[in-house]
Design a protein around this ligand. Structure first.
Ligand SMILES: [Zn+2]
Ligand SMILES: [Zn+2]
Length: 209
């Protein structure tokens, strides 16, 4: 009786504030990635990103309940949300419960990268770290079709997650880890180059293909 009460307490205390899907499957995932959709983001896009990550990474991908983009991150003069602030927010939401947390928003996001103040970006991630964020605001521009848009967003998620796994920018033009440098480079390649690939495989993060 004492043990069952203790068990009930454990279950109750571990499900406050977020909804997660149960992770199943024969192969125990090495770690978990939680996706936090910010309010207003296309729900189907979130599901496509989830399945794209599951196919590529050796991780269980969980969907969290959506949350509004924190008002404090808004930079009114340029109508953008400061991504550095969103990373702090995402880290607070996760508190180490999942290995990584990926925020997805449709709002324009920015960072300050000397000499550029409030520079519009597609994504940002700690390198290494727990949190990263991606925005569909720029990748949705000038798309041929939805398939291209989804592909861009998955590549972007893999790029920012790559940073959280310690990968820096890569000089290889067709590598996912290439720095965008203000351009749209999400159509250049859908894979990590051999070097980045080897690093992630060695760390047990990439699925063997
Ligand atoms: Zn980057
Ligand atoms: Zn590379």
């Amino acid at each position: 009786m004492r043990y069952s009460l203790y068990f009930i307490f454990l279950v109750l205390s571990s499900c406050s504030g977020r909804q997660e899907e149960k992770v199943a499957g024969p192969e125990k995932a090495r770690h978990t990635i939680a996706i936090l959709p910010f309010t207003g983001t296309d729900k189907n896009l979130i599901l496509e990103i989830k399945s794209g990550l599951e196919k590529r990474l050796h991780a269980a991908v969980l969907l969290l309940e959506e949350k509004p983009v924190p008002v404090a991150a808004f930079y009114k003069p340029r109508q953008r949300y400061v991504a550095d602030y969103l990373l702090v927010f995402l880290k607070q939401c996760n508190t180490g419960r999942s290995g990584k947390i990926l925020g997805v928003t449709c709002k324009d996001i920015s960072t300050t990268k000397k000499p550029y103040f409030n520079w519009g970006i597609m994504g940002l991630g700690y390198c290494p770290g727990e949190a990263c964020v991606i925005s569909s605001f720029r990748p949705v521009r000038k798309i041929r079709n939805r398939e291209q848009f989804i592909k861009r967003m998955i590549v972007l998620a893999l790029h920012e997650l790559g940073h959280t796994y310690s990968l820096p920018h890569c000089p290889n033009d067709s590598c996912i880890m290439k720095d965008a440098e203000g351009k749209m480079n999400l159509d250049n390649g859908e894979t990590y180059c051999n070097k980045c690939n080897a690093f992630l495989k060695q760390s047990g993060i990439l699925r063997r293909q």
